[in-house]
Ligand binder design. Structure first.
Ligand code: UDP
Length: 318
């Protein structure tokens, strides 16, 4: 296939590019670098099956030639208010990437008769009242809350995707991505793993927000990419959760990072997150298992070990 990936220079987009090239496809990357980095795709320069357009997907997009599939992954994604690349500080771009960007990609998919895959998110469930989250749970999101720019843009993107599927018969799919980590995460984006692993490798105390009792379920990037690619190759149209169902508190997560890295500096509790930090999050992956025969394979310890060399290189502590 000839596959367009928006957000190709991002954490997930670059791993997807690698995987789809490895599967023998031609990949066209698109990114405007507001949160992605050229470093993430530098190794693909010179690959005859990879081409790249520096574009903002919120504007009209044109790709020469036939396109068989479009993966829309362009969006700021970090919820940390302190991060320059987080969506708190890029609110309008975030809404435009989810709304206008999705519209442009769907329009292209329609004229090209291409399979379309939307990168959606566990954030569409908001601060969930149903646990673990199944795909039929409609969510608990405040449309004027501080996270709304991301959550509601993705919810709109899902609705628009289903409208193109139902009304124009576009071959669409929606993946709801839960917390994911691995090499090529932006060390400065303020999310849990980049913050805590960076602190651990620098021998600093780990900043746990609040009391650390809030939970997340962390998936290693290779597992996530396997799930997304299986969904792309399937003919499923309804949303599918992809994530690791092993739930832990953020305090347990921080303790695991200290143990794996041998960091002796401990933990410090800080009050850095605004209200509405979701209190619990865990994917129910029954559908992914049934439809795609997919489940994650990499445990937390192994995933963190695989992530450390990238962090050390970026920190210059190799
Ligand atoms: N968190 C933390 N310390 C940090 C960064 C994040 O305790 O240095 C917490 C944060 O409050 C949240 C969880 O880790 O409860 C996951 O945050 P992240 O930013 O990775 O993404 P989210 O799951 O909230 O979208």
């Amino acid at each position: 296939m000839r596959i367009l990936i928006t957000g190709a220079a991002g954490f997930l987009g670059s791993h997807l590019s690698d995987r789809l090239l490895k599967d023998g496809h031609e990949v066209i990357g698109m990114d405007n670098f507001i949160t992605g980095s050229p470093d993430n795709i530098a190794h693909l320069a010179g690959n005859e099956n990879f081409s790249f357009f520096r574009r903002d997907v919120s504007n009209y997009i044109f790709v020469p030639g036939k396109v068989d599939a479009i993966l829309h992954f362009a969006s700021p994604a970090s919820p940390n208010p302190l991060s320059k690349s987080g969506y708190f500080n890029l609110p309008i771009q975030t809404m435009k990437a989810g709304a206008l960007g999705t519209h442009n990609c769907l329009g292209l998919a329609r004229v090209q008769n291409a399979r379309f895959l939307l990168a959606s998110t566990s954030e569409i469930y908001g601060d969930p009242e149903v646990h673990p989250q199944t795909e039929d749970y409609a969510g608990n999101v405040d449309p004027v809350g501080t996270r709304a720019v991301y959550d509601e843009a993705k919810r709109f993107a899902e609705s628009l995707t289903m409208a193109y599927h139902r009304f124009h018969n576009v071959n669409t799919s929606i993946v709801r991505i839960f917390n994911t980590y691995g090499p090529r995460m932006d060390l400065e984006d303020g999310r849990a793993l980049p913050n805590l692993l960076k602190q651990a490798l620098l021998g600093q105390p780990l900043t746990v927000y609040g009391d650390g009792a809030q939970t997340r379920s962390f998936c290693y990037v290779d597992d996530l990419v396997d799930g997304i690619v299986s969904l792309l190759y399937s003919d499923e149209h309804m949303p599918v959760n992809i994530g690791n169902p092993i739930e832990m508190t953020i305090l347990q997560f921080a303790e695991a990072i200290n143990r794996i890295t041998g960091n002796k500096a401990g933990i410090t509790y800080v009050d850095a997150r605004s209200a509405r930090d979701p209190q619990r999050r865990q994917p129910d992956i029954t559908r992914a298992h049934e439809i795609l025969k997919w489940e994650p394979k990499v445990d937390l310890e192994e995933g963190i070990r695989r992530t450390i060399p990238f962090f050390k290189e970026k920190l210059g502590t190799v």
